[in-house]
Design a protein. Structure first.
Length: 306
């Protein structure tokens, strides 16, 4: 039987194609990205932290990154010096240096709780809440880690919501937090985790965060990106994770530095003197459910106040 020339040509073309496929090497597998590294930086712009975290998520996966924001003087700041973070630290230092100073308040923690209840807060920059939402929308886990105690949680959530922040979407699990406070190993006071906000009660933020991640039973994140206005807090977190596979990229936020440096102690003392009677009257009328101020009295070992 005579061969069909067209079939011969077609068969030759198929064989040629198969031969080419057999000899063309498969593309080399894409090499894995280099492991993330620890990093310490400074910025006055929260967007830089957001862009960095988003870029890292494209390399390492959004599910492997935890972004941690401080609240006071990082996301929110008091409208006035009185009750601000700088006011608290001024009072703390003043007590150590001049324990009988007339400018000291009795029980600064109780006083600050009353001021949180009475005062409003503002975002440190107009787009602060937007930066948090961008991270959440991209699937990153985002929480707030505050030095505040849980006694201040109601006023804290009020001001977060009022300024457009919500940490429940995408929070480290369990997203709703824990019904009760818990005490991290090695720390003297219990802490609380609720709706993506950690109330560390003035304790080592590194140990608090480490305990929170372990408690959840989830795999630890590959990378923590953190923004805080206090360098000591950033150092504490880096130290806590220094011997673990989790890397930390720590950013000191400086956007409120000018306001902190401009703190006017005399003005704040005058504001407290004018406001304290009104706060005492509110407590007398409505009870101590929201704050509980001690009555004005001489400090132990000090002469009576005039």
């Amino acid at each position: 039987m005579k061969a069909n020339p067209l079939r011969i040509v077609a068969l030759a073309a198929v064989l040629s194609t198969l031969s080419a496929c057999a000899t063309t090497p498969a593309p080399a597998p894409k090499p894995p990205p280099p492991p993330p590294q620890n990093l310490v930086g400074t910025t006055d712009e929260l967007q830089l932290v957001t862009e960095l975290a988003l870029d890292l998520s494209r390399t390492y996966g959004a599910e492997n990154i935890l972004v941690v924001f401080d609240i006071d003087n990082t996301l929110l700041a008091m409208e006035q010096d009185l009750g601000s973070d700088q006011w608290y630290h001024w009072q703390k230092d003043l007590e150590a240096e001049e324990p009988c100073s007339q400018r000291l308040v009795n029980d600064r923690l109780a006083a600050q709780g009353a001021l949180y209840f009475a005062s409003a807060m503002r975002p440190t920059q107009p787009n602060a809440a937007e930066q948090v939402r961008r991270l959440q929308d991209a699937g990153l886990r985002v929480i707030a880690l505050s030095a505040r105690g849980s006694d201040y949680r109601l006023a804290t959530f009020r001001e977060l919501r009022r300024n457009g922040f919500s940490f429940w979407p995408g929070a480290w699990p369990p997203a709703a937090g824990y019904a009760e406070a818990f005490q991290p190993d090695g720390l003297p006071r219990p802490v609380r985790y609720e709706d993506g906000v950690v109330f560390a009660a003035g304790q080592d933020k590194g140990l608090v965060l480490q305990d929170l991640l372990k408690r959840s039973g989830e795999d630890a994140p590959l990378l923590i990106v953190m923004a805080d206005d206090k360098q000591d807090n950033l150092k504490a977190v880096m130290k806590a994770f220094s011997w673990t596979p989790t890397k930390v990229q720590a950013w000191r936020y400086t956007g409120e530095d000018a306001n902190v440096q401009a703190f006017d102690a005399e003005a704040a003392a005058g504001q407290w003197e004018a406001l304290q009677p009104a706060l005492m009257q509110l407590e007398a009328l409505f009870g101590p459910d929201n704050f509980d101020l001690p009555p004005p009295a001489a400090r132990a070992g000090c002469p009576d106040r005039e």
